[in-house]
Design a protein around this ligand. Structure first.
Ligand code: AMP
Ligand code: GLY
Length: 442
């Protein structure tokens, strides 16, 4: 069997790693991949935006399944193009990817089908958006409707901040076309949780819950990033809670997409806010999370490739379930100097070996220069630690990160604090994490 993973980040490295376990005999390819994958897969120098190049490669090499990591090629119709050419692919079509690529579309679908989310309005005219703000309670969230590399949502404490955000997006086109339409929504108070599903067009099967840390600094301070770390399983993760999320959030979306004649097949990422009134959707993504994938996939006992093959063939997932192993995992992201505003390429990385049952290092922004491993992006490495407890997993992840060196590196040492340092939670937050009666992990 031949398998191709599209993308070059930590998430895709975790996919390659997972496929190696699910199909030890398979020949793996990654396009364009990164040096971390080189011992597991053949790296193919085709960018993830070169859809025709990827399709030609898949045809020439007779690839049995192409798995797409990032959202941009999915939104641009990679799955459509592959399907037209009879090439097996895992990932939603452009119609499905709109759940992520158009917040206006996702919000309208949720409103129409009663999926719990923040109340909102959509605007295409800046003066109408500014008028709306004037009469609205603070805080507010202003979001560019289109794809903005995870940076298009601005939480605004005051109306003045919200006005500035609207002007930046709609008048000064800070996110280009992505901000021509904005969604202004209610601020939801609570604790976030990521729940991923594999969807076959009709049914959604949940994976292991995780929680990611988006702010650059300890204590969730500083700028938003693509993600500075994550842990899994994350509370609440009991079957009753997961079933509620499946029924109230994932299923109505799948039903709506099927009804519209565009059945959703692929990963569905539900970014949730646990609130006093139950879980509500912050956002949907049409792919797995990064860095959550680096803690979710290694903990799966079930064969994920089997599920992806079924979905790509248009078959049912009935009977397939994600069986977690007993361990916990924490990933600490090591970033280069200046991240998230800038990055610092070309710094030599000193990477010791770690016992694989304790620590796996996923490459994100690395490259080889003069036969040396160097930084090549903002997020450089994802250091995943495993343990019998979350505490052990967290300690292994942090200790390993401390031993890896490159100039200017920075990372958060409090990943997983919701359950590792629960005294930092308010009583209301503890309630949200244990709402279905399940205890915190530690
Ligand atoms: P998004 O790009 O929609 O995922 O938003 C990025 C981050 O902004 C989320 O992970 C939340 O931390 C925060 N956020 C977005 N929308 C809301 C909301 N309605 N209420 C509270 N926080 C939000
Ligand atoms: N970890 C957030 C994301 O992948 O969008």
């Amino acid at each position: 069997m031949k398998l191709l993973v599209v993308g070059n980040g930590g998430r895709e490295h975790a996919f390659v790693d997972r496929l190696r376990r699910d199909a030890p005999e398979a020949r793996l390819f990654a396009a364009p991949g990164n040096p971390g994958m080189a011992s597991l897969a053949r790296l193919v120098p085709i960018g993830s935006d070169d859809i025709d190049g990827l399709a030609d490669f898949a045809r020439d090499e007779r690839i049995d399944l192409t798995i797409v990591g990032p959202e941009a090629p999915l939104a641009a119709g990679l799955a459509n193009r592959f399907q037209t050419r009879d090439l097996p692919v895992f990932g939603p079509t452009a119609a499905g990817a709109r759940l992520e690529a158009s917040k206006a579309f996702a919000k309208a679908l949720m409103r129409e089908h009663g999926v719990p989310t923040a109340s909102y309005e959509t605007f295409q005219d800046p003066s109408a958006a500014l008028d709306y703000l004037a009469g609205h309670d603070e805080p507010l969230v202003v979001k560019a409707s289109g794809l903005a590399a995870g940076k298009g949502a601005v939480v605004c404490e005051t109306r003045d901040d919200a006005r500035a955000a609207v002007e930046a997006m709609m008048v000064h086109a800070r996110f280009g076309d992505a901000g021509a339409k904005v969604v202004i929504e209610e601020f939801m108070r609570g604790v976030e949780l990521s729940v991923f599903f594999v969807a076959d067009g009709e049914r959604a099967v949940p994976l292991i819950t995780s929680r990611d840390y988006k702010r650059v600094g300890e204590g969730d301070r500083g700028l938003n990033t693509g993600g500075m770390g994550a842990y899994a399983p994350a509370a609440p993760s009991d079957p009753d809670f997961i079933e509620r999320v499946r029924q109230d959030i994932a299923q109505p979306v799948l039903d709506a997409m099927a009804e519209a004649g565009t059945p959703y097949r692929g990963f569905l990422y539900a970014g949730l806010m646990l609130t006093e009134t139950g879980p509500r959707v912050v956002e949907f993504n049409c792919r797995m999370g990064d860095p959550e994938t680096q803690v979710v996939l290694p903990l799966m006992r079930s064969n994920l490739l089997d599920a992806m093959i079924r979905v790509a063939r248009g078959e049912s997932l009935a009977g397939w379930a994600c069986r977690p192993d007993e361990r916990a995992a924490v990933v600490t992201v090591m970033a280069s100097a200046g991240y998230p505003e800038t990055s610092d390429p070309g710094r030599v990385i000193a990477l010791p070996d770690f016992p694989a049952e304790e620590v796996v290092v996923y490459h994100a922004g690395t490259t080889i220069e003069d036969e040396r491993l160097v930084t090549a992006g903002g997020r450089v490495l994802g250091v995943t630690g495993f343990g019998a407890t979350l505490e052990e997993a967290g300690a292994r992840s942090r200790e390993a990160a401390e031993r890896i060196e490159f100039e200017g590196s920075h990372f958060r040492s409090d990943i997983g604090w919701h359950e590792l340092a629960p005294d930092r939670l308010t009583a209301a937050e503890v309630e949200l994490l244990t709402s279905s009666g399940a205890p915190l992990a530690t």
